[in-house]
Write a protein that binds this ligand. Sequence first.
Ligand SMILES: Nc1ncnc2c1ncn2[C@@H]1O[C@H](COP(=O)(O)OP(=O)(O)OP(=O)(O)O)[C@@H](O)[C@H]1O
Ligand SMILES: [Mg+2]
Length: 189
Amino acid sequence: MIISVMNYKGGVGKTSISWNLGCFYNLSFRENDPYGSLDLLSGTNTTLNYSNIENNCIYDFAGFTDELTYKVLEKSDVVIVPTLNSLLDVKNTINTINYAKKYCKNIIFVINRYKNGSDITELVDFIKKHTGINQYVVINDSKGVLNAINSKKSIFALSEEKNLNKHTYKSILECFNKLIRKVEECLKN
Ligand SMILES: Nc1ncnc2c1ncn2[C@@H]1O[C@H](COP(=O)(O)OP(=O)(O)OP(=O)(O)O)[C@@H](O)[C@H]1O
Ligand SMILES: [Mg+2]
């Protein structure tokens, strides 16, 4: 399985999502970001080498796509595009989705860091209208994401640790489970 996670540089959640999905599926990690941190988290060399595009791998593309990025995208089973819940972020997100869909038919966008009560209908409709992509998942804003990163564990592993954690991480875990279900749907296509 190859999963790509991409959007512009600047904290939309690419690395957090890559980390959690990569751990869930037991994938290797690759990143094209000199400031990336998946090497630190995974304790492995995560340098992306376009002449050796590995299978069973998650690719975290941080903003700077280049003329070879498509080589990974066209081999990807799914491309995940996280965005924040703001119309300010949406132009870049639309450009990213429209670029990715040239090479991969399975695109999921993620409205990340969702805060209860905020209205995302307009944002979602806008993205759908300008990309034709309908598959999306909402991921809540949750301390659990940071806790997972800081403990070098996935949200799945963290929530399994103690009974208390199960309760604490219930809603963020459900968000990631929804993302997993969407990925699984894409794998069937
Ligand atoms: N759902 C979430 N809830 C709370 N915090 C989050 C969530 N997703 C990401 N964050 C936090 O936002 C920050 C940026 O996330 P992350 O590093 O995953 O983004 P990125 O897209 O990889 O950024 P960059 O473009 O700099 O590589 C991190 O501190 C992370 O813990
Ligand atoms: Mg990152």
